[in-house]
Design a protein around this ligand. Structure first.
Ligand SMILES: Nc1ncnc2c1ncn2[C@@H]1O[C@H](COP(=O)(O)OP(=O)(O)OP(=O)(O)O)[C@@H](O)[C@H]1O
Length: 262
């Protein structure tokens, strides 16, 4: 069994550990027989509420699979995933879709903005679809935090890549989801724009109390996180608190030098 369950902070009420998402004994296998690939091999992990967690590891180690399983975008072969108090493994499609819509935010490498809508319309689109009214005060704060106040009327083509990703970050934050998952959210950006977006993700954790989980290949991106979880061959093999980019880089070089053992 591989484990990344460190001491969690206690929540404000009832002494519950501040865990936003929890995986227990999660196995994800693709295919069968000789072509069977075990992408996740009995993974246990607690994602801490109000913290920024990065998931790293060599290519093919299971990072995206773990994120997709935690976010209910993919089913598990066995094991259990809880988001907050809700076990999502075994939920019917409709319930799962509803839960994803109401409780989870996503930021992908491709910004996925609609070209015909302006920045503000893109930000509020998921809530419009869900028939929910945005909280005006919160929305103003989010827009302010990601530095888009002067750009709300612009369409995506009138924005830089960094600004487009800031719109995607604001869109994920706007509905105050319990947790936001990012899959290489700065993968398409140059280092300056990437640093800006990572700064906003960091700020949204520090100032808005957001819970953030990010898959990344980039040690500099991981250094913005409070904690890095390292995967190798579908197992959690290490973790690091308050990492520096150099520490993460050294750990990644270790994978290359010593093979994929902890
Ligand atoms: N749909 C699928 N069908 C079969 N095998 C899959 C599928 N998705 C992922 N895999 C396999 O599962 C393993 C983990 O894949 P995953 O994409 O989670 O890795 P990763 O760490 O995110 O990789 P990368 O850094 O290259 O994106 C790999 O061996 C991959 O080939």
């Amino acid at each position: 069994m591989t484990t990344a369950m460190t001491e969690t902070r206690q929540g404000g009420t009832g002494g519950h550990p501040a865990v936003a998402a929890r995986a227990r004994e999660v196995v994800k296998a693709y295919g069968s027989g000789e072509t069977r690939v075990v992408a996740l091999d009995r993974v246990d992990v607690d994602i801490h509420r109000g913290r920024f967690t990065a998931i790293m590891g060599p290519s093919g180690s299971g990072k995206s699979t773990l994120m997709h399983c935690l976010a209910g975008l993919d089913t598990v072969t066995s094991g259990h995933i809880h988001l907050d108090d809700t076990e999502i493994t075994g939920l019917k499609d409709k319930k799962l879709t509803q839960l994803r819509r109401d409780k989870i935010g996503f930021i992908f490498q491709a910004f996925n903005l609609l070209p015909t809508l302006n920045a503000l319309e893109n930000i509020t689109l998921p809530m419009d679809i869900a028939g929910r009214k945005p909280d005006a005060q919160w929305l103003a704060r989010v827009v302010e935090t990601v530095g888009l106040a002067g750009r709300l009327k612009h369409r995506p083509t009138e924005l830089s890549g960094g600004q487009q990703q800031r719109v995607a970050v604001a869109r994920a934050l706007a509905s105050r989801p319990q947790i936001i998952f990012g899959d290489e959210p700065t993968g398409n950006l140059d280092s300056r724009a990437g640093a800006e977006v990572l700064g906003f993700l960091r700020q949204s954790v520090d100032e808005l109390g957001q819970t953030m989980v990010m898959v990344t290949h980039d040690p500099v991106a991981a250094s913005y996180a409070d904690r890095v979880i390292f995967l190798a061959d579908g197992r959690i093999v290490d973790e690091m608190a308050n990492p520096s980019a150099d520490q993460v880089l050294d750990r990644m070089k270790d994978f290359d030098a010593r093979g994929r053992t902890s």
